[in-house]
Ligand binder design. Structure first.
Ligand SMILES: [Cu+2]
Length: 591
């Protein structure tokens, strides 16, 4: 183990910034958001950073909409100049002291990638979690250059939830989001208002959590310049500084009252496991989770005892009760998840010791809450929350089409490994050629890969209104947050698996693997479904040695959409595939 690093920035000195609210109803549902090059200060002791931001801010304004009231947004691309992020691959995984370079600021001997430096401001906006017609969903190849108009219509026929809008340009989403192109979007509805949940300041506070790194000048001082750094061993960028709503390790003064935090992980790759600590003790019991990706859960739930795990793009709607605390009390929000995340547990009570350089977690701090004087105002939490959905009925799932997708890591000569997907199709027993066999007790199912790359032929044509079961088979060592565009889904099962892949078993498209349902004796993951995952989700973690089954049903819009890993470095390098939702009466006419 190494000595902990000393943070080059002072934690908990910048006040948490709450993004400007842009309430659609105050603008007759017609909004203009300018996508601009601007400057932003991530910490009081950092120089200003050049960024790309919606309305020139990091994060962008929080758009607030009402269920059933359409919103039209003119996304006006006014970006100027090159990408405000230096991209580099450090030549070594660790420096001469053995510290992994991704724990450190600066380029660590890497050369700035001139191809990234040459990127101008192409943009396309995706509303993550939006039930949006395909034309306005932000297809990753349909780009808008500066000056080209983009007017998107969002019907908002969907339940109250915290969504987010972010850039989705093919191949460079990792740079564009990192540069600042992300903002929150809250849908509100009557059910939430019946429950009397906090709405707006001061008691409803969105928290967009991201990790960022910065360059060093020739005297070793931090500049504000954003750095996206990877290394020969780790192809995802994990940055040492945790940024909440655009500030490194901020502090929020809270009244002795119940707050509603709308939390989202907007990092490129980092998963957080959030723990609330006071005087060195876990205080997770102060926290009640009432909602997930697509809004309210049926009933409030406690957080998992290790803490709240949020992978990239996952959201949590939390009520936190500070009402019994004396003025001056301080609570720290910490992250105990090492990176790349593999689901391994870490006890919440030890969160202060979670710094782990090998796990690319140099600083576990996220933010601080400080109680200020005020009247004590606790809020009782309703026991019944969502009433508008139930688990998918088993009889509808019995005959549902089933689709299998393998998540694989492919070695490429002279390049970093690629994390990609393989869409699988069942074959007859006498099929010759590379196969994936899945053994479940006595039953063996054989598959061949029918698609791998984004541009391969489309094989998923789900019918509107019909449930389908998608099986996500993880044959890699990391957790992948898989995001499906359009309607939300529900998780049905997590099954532990063990598997074998022969040498060169993962080819350009073909794959050879044998998968056996059942736990590997060395596997320490629980493979449980957490209570907070039993809601309407649009992003689900698929852990190592695991098959996740989700019940998917598209309801409203026909068109071409995408599903992908939400680790942006994976999505940009082919861990993304299309699907086409179809009106049933059109199916007979498909050639
Ligand atoms: Cu991934």
């Amino acid at each position: 183990m190494y000595q902990p690093l000393t943070a080059p920035l002072t934690p908990f000195v910048d006040a948490l910034l709450v993004p400007r609210r842009l309430i659609a109803a105050e603008h007759q549902g017609q909004l203009t958001v300018r996508i601009q090059t601007a400057t932003h200060r991530f910490h009081r002791d950092l120089p200003e950073s050049r960024i790309w931001g919606y309305d020139g801010t990091v994060p962008g304004p929080t758009i607030e909409a009402e269920r059933g009231k359409p919103v039209m947004v003119e996304w006006r691309n006014e970006l100027e100049g090159p990408l405000p992020v230096v991209d580099t691959v450090a030549p070594q995984h660790a420096d001469s002291d053995g510290v992994p370079v991704q724990c450190l600021p600066g380029l660590s001997g890497g050369m700035p990638d001139p191809r990234a430096g040459a990127l101008s401001g192409h943009a396309v906006v995706h509303l993550h979690g939006g039930l949006t017609p395909a034309s306005f969903d932000g297809w990753a190849e349909n780009l808008f250059a500066p000056g080209q108009p983009a007017v998107f219509h969002y019907p908002m026929n969907q339940r109250a939830a915290l969504l987010w809008y972010h850039d989705h340009v093919m191949g460079v989403t990792k740079f564009d989001v990192y540069a600042g192109l992300a903002g929150l979007w809250i849908v509100r509805d009557e059910r939430e208002r019946e429950l009397g949940l906090p709405e707006g300041p001061p008691f409803e506070v969105p928290l967009l959590i991201q990790d960022r790194n910065f360059n060093l000048d020739d005297r070793g001082r931090l500049t504000g310049q954003l750095v996206h750094k990877t290394d020969p061993d780790v192809m995802e960028a994990f940055a040492p500084f945790t940024v909440v709503n655009g500030k490194v390790w901020p502090i929020l003064d809270v009244q002795p009252a119940t707050y509603r935090f709308r939390v989202i992980n907007g990092s490129n790759a980092r998963t957080y496991r959030l723990v609330l600590l006071r005087d060195g003790h876990s205080e997770l019991e102060r926290v009640t989770q009432i909602g997930t990706d697509h809004g309210l859960l049926p009933t409030p739930v406690r957080l998992p005892s290790d803490g709240l795990v949020l992978a990239s793009a996952e959201r949590a709607d939390l009520l936190v009760d500070f009402s019994d605390l004396e003025p001056g009390s301080e609570l720290m929000l910490l992250n105990t998840a090492s990176a790349p995340f593999d689901g391994a547990s870490f006890p919440a009570a030890r969160a202060l010791e979670a710094a782990n350089l090998e796990g690319l977690l140099p600083f576990p701090q996220v933010m601080c809450f400080r109680v200020i004087p005020g009247p004590s105002a606790s809020r009782s939490i309703p026991t019944a929350l969502a009433t508008d959905y139930v688990p998918p009925p088993p009889e509808e799932l019995a005959d549902a089409p089933r689709r299998a997708i393998a998540l694989v890591e492919r070695e490429v000569e002279g390049q970093a490994n690629m994390l990609t997907m393989r869409e699988l199709r069942i074959v007859e027993d006498d099929h010759a050629g590379p196969l994936v066999t899945v053994t479940n007790g006595e039953r063996i199912t054989s598959y061949r890969a029918v698609a791998a790359h984004f541009e391969d032929v489309t094989t998923f044509f789900p019918m509107l209104g019909q449930f389908e079961v998608w099986q996500l088979i993880n044959l890699t060592g990391d957790t992948h947050p898989i995001h499906v565009h359009l309607d939300p889904f529900q998780i049905l099962a997590r099954h532990p698996i063990r598997y074998q892949i022969p040498d060169a078993g993962i080819e350009d498209v073909d794959i050879t693997a044998s998968v056996i349902l059942g736990r590997d004796p060395d596997d320490e993951l629980s493979h449980a479904i957490d209570d907070n995952e039993r809601g309407l989700k649009d992003t689900i973690r698929v852990n190592p040695n695991e098959v996740v089954e989700i019940a998917v049903r598209f309801t409203t819009y026909s068109g071409r959409y995408m599903y992908h890993c939400h680790i942006l470095e994976h999505e940009d390098r082919d861990m993304m595939r299309p699907f086409v939702t179809m009106a049933p009466e059109l199916m007979p006419f498909m050639a």
